[in-house]
Design a protein around this ligand. Structure first.
Ligand code: FCB
Length: 454
């Protein structure tokens, strides 16, 4: 077993002993079995088939084969000592047409998964939507149809009724700004559009569907603890022109505020309000603004915008500039930005925060000993862990942290090239090999249980 550091990973800690340590995954990225047991197709199945969309022509057809190997994966989590597992339900697996008759075999899979987690004392955190919309709904307009509010509400109610006897933690959406901006503004995700009118309509319908989802889960399970998961990352200007500064502010409105502000404060950011307005019906602001119990926060590092008059949104997404500290796949690493985001989100929304994703991607393969000694990931997790503790010291109410990800998996447009797992997955054999970071994380959790504040 690879073990690269012998020092105690935590000093006497500012975090409470009941702080939740977990790992995250999502359905399309790990499950595979896309045509099995009555699952309907998702927009990602369709998108992956379009030439040139995904690096190397990769698809989620097999992914980590988690649909068949979930018991092994739960056993891995148990060995890591995580207390919680955040996963998502694939809407088309439980409702192949998006609405109508449920698929008993699909629901039974999540029953088995939840039971396996409970048997090992791992708390399931269930996310209802991590981007795999049923293709059948896409064909009826998807996020551009107002009917999707009802479709999503019914789906949320079904899942809560079926699994809510064991699952207490429900999230409505994962990173709504990513799938709307990338899907409708940048053409990097399905449905592959660059259309600002469509983007603004989709944003509004997702916010309304969130409200319907919260209501449906509460109606089915009054004791449920409900949140939504937002990516919050400082948006920075790629250059030092005034136009770049405006571009960064615009990206910030879409990326960081288009969802939490309406959902939690009952209004759209000023930069977006006029553009969303044509989609607004009477009562919509109340429909989106439903009380929730926690804020799910995903964070990797700052993002960058560059002004471009010819781009549909007036800006382009830009790479992190040379000269900043970057991860092996080129994302900026800036733990101080993470600390500041946690403090800022605490002040703005006054909800308990759970960091539902944080981690680092790399291109990795086993060394000659068959091990993956991922020192960079350990260094990243340590420095982001310190930043989190600084935020807590400064008063941010952070109650949990989930590493993205348990497993190397299908990383959307990058296919299988970018690996974020604590556990390496051999794509040919499906063999799982815990990386050095997995052993580090396990030790840190154990140490925390004794060093934490009671
Ligand atoms: C987030 C996604 C997650 C994964 C990580 C690297 O934006 O929620 O599915 O792709 O990035």
């Amino acid at each position: 077993m690879a073990d690269t550091s012998s020092e105690s990973p935590v000093e006497p800690d500012v975090l409470p002993r009941d702080f939740v340590w977990g790992v995250s995954t999502s359905s399309y990225q790990i499950e595979g079995a896309v045509r099995e047991d009555g699952r309907g197709l998702s927009v990602w199945d369709e998108f992956c088939r379009q030439p040139g969309r995904i690096a190397n022509g990769d698809t989620g057809d097999i992914a980590c084969d988690h649909y068949h190997r979930y018991a092994e994966d739960v056993a891995l989590m148990h060995r890591l000592g995580v207390q919680a597992y955040r996963f998502s339900v694939a809407w088309p697996r439980v409702l192949p047409q998006g609405f109508g008759p449920p698929n008993p075999a699909g629901l039974a899979f999540y029953d088995r998964l939840v039971d396996a987690l409970m048997a090992k004392g791992i708390e399931p955190w269930l996310c209802l939507y991590h981007w795999d919309l049923p293709q059948a709904l896409q064909e009826r307009g998807g996020w551009l149809s107002r009917e999707i509010i009802g479709w999503f509400g019914d789906y949320a109610g079904l899942v809560a009724r079926r699994l809510g006897d064991r699952v207490r933690r429900f999230a409505t959406f994962n990173e709504p700004s990513v799938f709307t901006l990338f899907g409708y503004g940048m053409a990097w995700h399905p449905p592959g559009l660059t259309n600002t009118l469509a983007l603004h309509r989709a944003i509004h319908h997702v916010n309304l569907a969130h409200g319907a989802g919260v209501d449906a889960v509460r109606a089915a399970r009054p004791a449920a603890s409900i949140g939504a998961i937002h990516n919050v990352q400082p948006s920075r200007a790629a250059g030092d022109t005034a136009a770049d500064a405006v571009a960064a502010r615009r990206l910030d409105a879409i990326w960081n505020r288009a969802f939490p502000e309406p959902q939690l404060l009952g209004r759209y950011p000023a930069e977006l309000a006029a553009e969303i307005e044509p989609n607004l019906a009477a009562g919509d602001l109340e429909r989106m603004h439903r009380p929730v119990d926690w804020f799910g926060l995903n964070h990797y590092g700052p993002i960058f915008a560059r002004a471009n008059d010819k781009a549909p949104l007036g800006f382009d997404w830009a790479d992190a500039p040379a000269g900043v500290r970057r991860s092996p796949i080129g994302w900026q690493e800036d733990p101080a930005a993470f600390r500041d985001v946690l403090i800022d989100v605490h002040r703005r929304y006054r909800l308990p925060i759970y960091v539902t994703e944080n981690g680092v991607g790399a291109v990795e393969k086993p060394d000659d000993n068959g091990e993956i000694i991922d020192r960079e990931r350990i260094a990243y997790l340590k420095s982001y862990g310190q930043a989190l503790r600084e935020a807590v010291r400064a008063g941010a109410d952070v109650r949990g942290y989930f590493v993205w990800s348990l497993l190397d998996n299908f990383e959307w447009g990058a296919g299988y090239a970018n690996r974020f797992g604590l556990v390496y997955v051999d794509n040919e054999t499906q063999r799982r090999i815990p990386k050095a970071s997995a052993h580090w994380y396990a030790r840190m959790i154990r140490a925390q249980a004794t060093a934490g504040v009671t």
